[in-house]
Ligand binder design. Structure first.
Ligand code: F6P
Length: 341
């Protein structure tokens, strides 16, 4: 058996841990060969691949990023894309694919399975917004990085009697904002799922100042004020139709300064949240996903994604995993509201 592996979409701490687990189990337990396809779906589309043996996965468990590199290539946007992939797989003698990615990469995996190509999916995203799995790896690392930043911002905000707005990633789902805001003791947390009222945010900020503390406002990049629009860095869309978000933090910091007369600053954490070594939790989750993806290939169980349910790793249909984004439920947001102001 010869298996191709690829990583697609935004990178995420833990990708290399999955690759290592897949290759270690595939080679040592099943005696399989592996091909690493480079740059997401661009690899099987163009035949850009590299050998992937035991030596190649030594020392990568703790490394951030992905040794296979990544891209947001969508083969369904390329003329004859599926046929090209079929041909490359035949030319390179690849019997099955393991695709590690988020909603876009796994959406392609689902369509390819429907088109007769055997794919097993592994869920990754720092945003934790993939349906059908309790958690994705990368999320815990991103939350830890954001929380450390918030901890540090508390002390400088207090020294200067300033409001500090921290913009974190999260296009449609506010999981990183919610968890880092709760862990870091934020005075306000704003998520894309709930449009916010600027007057209300200002009154929480003022209340925090009255208590002689400096407010920290955590805002997801996709959050927006009531009646307002998402703040974009550019209107240009990628191959999956996503625009680049950004700017809500600066906008909100200015609003707070103008309305309260207090100094206010914005910090955008951006790609720092995606870089560097994964936490122990993410290394373990990524490793377990990799081991279970190999089992699915061994069973010929294609069109599935490995997923975390409670503490178990299970298989779910890719169609189920990509049907709906997992957003922050109202009750989870309400838990956090107790700490606002
Ligand atoms: O999908 C993960 C994500 O981190 C989003 O939260 C963010 O909007 C996006 O990637 C940023 O993508 P890029 O790396 O292409 O700027």
């Amino acid at each position: 058996m010869r298996v191709g592996v690829l990583t697609g979409g935004g990178d995420c701490p833990g990708l290399n841990a999955v690759i290592r687990a897949v290759v270690r189990k595939g080679v040592e337990v099943h005696g399989w060969d592996f091909v690493g396809f480079r740059n997401g779906w661009n690899g099987p589309l163009t035949g850009d691949s590299r050998p992937l043996g035991l030596n190649d996965v030594e020392d990568i468990l703790t490394r951030g990023g992905t040794i296979l590199r990544s891209s947001r290539t969508n083969p369904y946007k390329v003329d004859g894309g599926v046929e090209k992939i079929r041909q490359v797989l035949a030319d390179q003698g690849v019997d099955a694919l393991i695709a590690i990615g988020g909603e876009d990469t796994l959406g392609v995996a689902k369509r390819l399975t429907d088109d007769g190509i055997g794919v097993v999916g592994v869920p990754k995203t720092i945003d934790n917004d993939l349906g059908a799995t309790d958690y994705t790896f990368g999320f815990d690392t991103a939350v830890s990085i954001a929380t450390e930043a918030i901890d540090r911002l508390h002390t400088t905000a207090e020294s200067h009697h300033r409001a500090l707005v921290v913009e974190v990633m999260g296009r449609h789902a506010g999981w990183i904002a919610l968890h880092s805001g709760l862990a870091g003791g934020a005075s306000v947390i704003l998520v894309p799922e709930r449009h916010f009222n600027v007057d209300q945010v200002v009154s929480w900020v003022e209340r925090r100042f009255e208590k002689e503390f400096a407010p920290i406002i955590v805002v997801a990049e996709g959050a927006l004020p009531e009646g307002g629009e998402e703040k974009l860095l550019t209107g240009e869309k990628d191959a999956f139709g996503h625009v680049r978000l950004g700017g809500i933090g600066t906008w909100l910091a200015d609003e707070i300064a103008n309305r309260t007369g207090k100094e206010s600053r914005a910090v955008v954490l951006g790609h720092v949240q995606r870089g560097g070594t994964p936490t122990a939790y993410d290394r373990v989750l990524a490793t377990r996903f990799g081991l279970n993806a190999v089992d699915a290939v061994a069973d010929g169980d294609f069109g599935v994604m490995v997923a975390l349910k409670g503490t178990d790793i299970v298989r779910v249909k890719l169609s189920e995993a990509t049907a709906e984004l997992k957003t922050v439920p109202v009750e989870r947001y309400q838990e956090a509201e107790v700490f606002f102001g």
